[in-house]
Ligand binder design. Structure first.
Ligand code: SAH
Length: 269
């Protein structure tokens, strides 16, 4: 199929709404939660964060996003940001002098208390990101995230800034940008007003330590499969009870680790 003028038109409209236009500082955002990202690839932002609920919230000023281009802090005429690993080995390492200049920019005018403003390096060696981390970040004023590339960052700058290392999971990405976006997404949706329905963050997976119950919608019958009868009953207490039982069974079956923690907490209560 050839691209008609219509689809071209749609594309150009889309392009004129490039969510990057939403980024940067605005006076109305003074109190809003802020994410500052130190990255070699500022063009990767806002990425998927510019879509749907997080994008709408960005547009409405419920949070703000700023990228700090590591390249502009590079050394010399060529703005070098990396060098070979001391002691030998494959790849390149991000230089401490370059990273520190970018971090200073990423921390400008921010509270020194790291609870109010975490400083995080995305790293497979870090503590695993989870819903509790998202909640604590959402309670802060904002965050500065450092995205690594290549073999990572010179250890001295991580030590000097007492950077907290946080991992998206036990796998290796080529850079921290996707991890940063995933973590910001999980955090921003907890900010007041971002999700239309506040209740939905209270009921979903992990919020009370259980996985979420199965969800259904219309049509009531599909390919010979009916939705569970109880959900059509209109009996709210029975529905809640069914969902609870499903959540418990799912958690027990799929995540024995979460199930043990949940049982232990229930025992304490
Ligand atoms: N050599 C490093 C991996 C470097 S991967 C090691 O073995 O630990 C390049 C960059 O991608 C890292 O600096 C980090 O910022 C990012 N990255 C890779 N995997 C990640 C993960 N699981 N979570 C968060 N960031 C990750």
């Amino acid at each position: 199929m050839s691209e008609g003028p219509k689809s071209h038109g749609r594309l150009s409209i889309r392009a004129s709404l490039v969510p990057r236009d939403l980024m940067g500082e605005s006076p109305t955002l003074a109190q809003a939660w802020k994410a500052r990202i130190v990255t070699l690839f500022p063009g990767a932002f806002p990425g998927v964060l510019g879509e749907s609920l997080t994008g709408k919230a960005l547009q409405e000023g419920l949070w703000s996003l700023e990228t700090i281009d590591l390249r502009t802090f590079g050394a010399g005429r060529h703005r070098n940001v990396d060098d070979t690993p001391t002691g030998g080995g494959a790849g390149m390492v991000l230089r401490p002098d370059v990273v520190s200049r970018a971090l200073d920019e990423g921390l400008r005018d921010t509270p020194r208390d790291r609870k109010r403003w975490p400083l995080v390096y995305l790293s497979p060696r870090g503590k695993r990101f989870d819903q509790a981390t998202a909640r604590s970040w959402a309670a802060a004023d904002g965050i500065t995230l450092l995205c690594g590339r290549f073999e990572g960052v010179d250890q001295r700058v991580l030590d000097a800034y007492e950077i907290e290392e946080v991992s998206l999971g036990d796998f290796v990405l080529t850079g921290g940008e996707i991890a940063a976006q995933a973590m910001i997404d999980a955090t921003v949706r907890l900010l007041p007003g971002v999700l239309g329905n506040q209740a939905s963050t209270e009921e979903e997976s992990f919020s009370d330590g259980l996985l979420e119950h199965p969800q259904f919608t219309r049509p009531n019958a599909w390919r010979g499969r009916a939705v569970p009868e109880v959900l059509l009953s209109g009996h709210h207490a029975k529905i809640a009870e069914w969902r609870r039982a499903q959540a418990e069974a799912l958690t027990q079956e799929r995540r024995p680790d979460l199930w043990r923690d949940w049982l232990a907490r229930k025992g304490e209560a």
